[in-house]
Design a protein around this ligand. Structure first.
Ligand code: DGY
Length: 321
């Protein structure tokens, strides 16, 4: 008998075909998001699951899953999984690092350029038929070239973003919990600075840290007040790293100039304040969403699950025990 596994959201057919070679697969190809109770009921008799960032795996859920051996996130972030509870229940947890760095870095640049040059605001104006001709002062934006890029978190994705900045001849500064080795700093042409210096000096600040209790509201009212009034803030990391209410207030009052956001607190429910702001470029958590990369993420999660349930160490095991 093949082990039973659950795939909580729609994936590519090839991923299902691969999984079906090893497992009896129950898959939610209709892609209707499962609430916590539905997930608990569907996963309770399974040995493994392919999950996504909206599937919460915690101690009470694990108690209801006596056969569960592995949960494999289709995401590099894993704040939806309680790793301690998984270790206690001897459930392996995995993520998908590496395969999405370039694509997420590219999208960070999409947000930087669109926000600095007010693209979505200008397009909305044009689509509404309001454009009545060229004007010298129309949609004046911020120059990205030669500006100072501040990177909060110079991990894999932060490094991709930094390397792309070389083409824009920018000054790159970064802050992280620790200074990076000199080879990385040199490849990124990035200078380590304190958090205060990063906030005060960046013309464009982009965040690339994982979400945890330590990074909850890393950027809130005091930090926003330390930024330049002309600065823009970019977040393609996780909702909750930025205090959305404080950001909306800062964008309304001109404490900072603009923001480009792919992630939000309580997504997909958006704080309605964002929708009224012309100086916010908003995207629905799509930074890693190129066809090639989402395929690689889903396949890597499947490979992790196959390894976990066939007696091997999954390549991206988060909680060795
Ligand atoms: C990740 O991999 O954590 C992304 O946010 C998923 O899109």
């Amino acid at each position: 008998m093949k082990p039973k596994v659950l795939v909580t959201r729609e994936v590519f057919d090839e991923v299902l075909e691969y999984l079906s070679q090893y497992f009896e697969v129950a898959s939610n190809q209709s892609d209707v998001p499962m609430d916590y109770e539905t997930l608990a009921a569907k996963i309770s008799d399974k040995q493994g699951a392919i999950i996504t960032l909206s599937d919460r795996i915690d101690a009470p859920l694990l108690e209801r899953c006596p056969n569960l051996k592995a949960v494999c996130n289709i995401a590099v972030g894993y704040n939806n999984i309680d790793l301690k509870a998984c270790r206690k229940a001897r459930v392996m947890a995995t993520n998908t690092p590496g395969v999405l760095d370039d694509t997420t870095g590219d999208f960070t640049w999409t947000l930087i350029l669109a926000t600095a040059r007010r693209l979505t605001e200008a397009e909305a104006y044009l689509r509404k038929g309001q454009w009545d001709g060229w004007k010298l002062k129309q949609f004046l934006g911020l120059d990205v070239h030669h500006a100072t890029l501040g990177i909060f978190g110079l991990g894999r994705i932060g490094q991709v973003v930094a390397r792309r900045a070389i083409g824009f001849e920018m000054k790159v500064i970064y802050h992280d919990t620790r200074r990076m080795p000199s080879e990385i700093e040199e490849a990124c042409r990035a200078t380590f600075v304190s958090k205060d210096e990063l906030l005060a000096q960046a013309d464009i600040m982009t965040i690339h840290v994982p979400y945890s209790s330590e990074t909850h509201h890393l950027i809130s009212q005091p930090e926003l007040k330390q930024m330049k009034p002309t600065a823009i803030l970019i977040n393609a990391s996780r909702g909750g790293v930025v205090d959305d209410s404080a950001l909306i207030e800062a964008l309304r009052s001109g404490t900072i100039a603009a923001a480009g956001l792919d992630v939000f607190e309580n997504e997909p429910k958006l704080n309605p304040g964002f929708l009224e702001l012309k100086n916010a470029v908003l995207a629905p958590h799509i930074a890693s969403s190129s066809r090639a990369t989402r395929y690689k993420m889903a396949m890597l999660a499947a490979q992790n699950l196959v390894a976990a349930l066939t007696g091997k160490t999954p390549p991206n095991l988060l909680n060795p025990f």
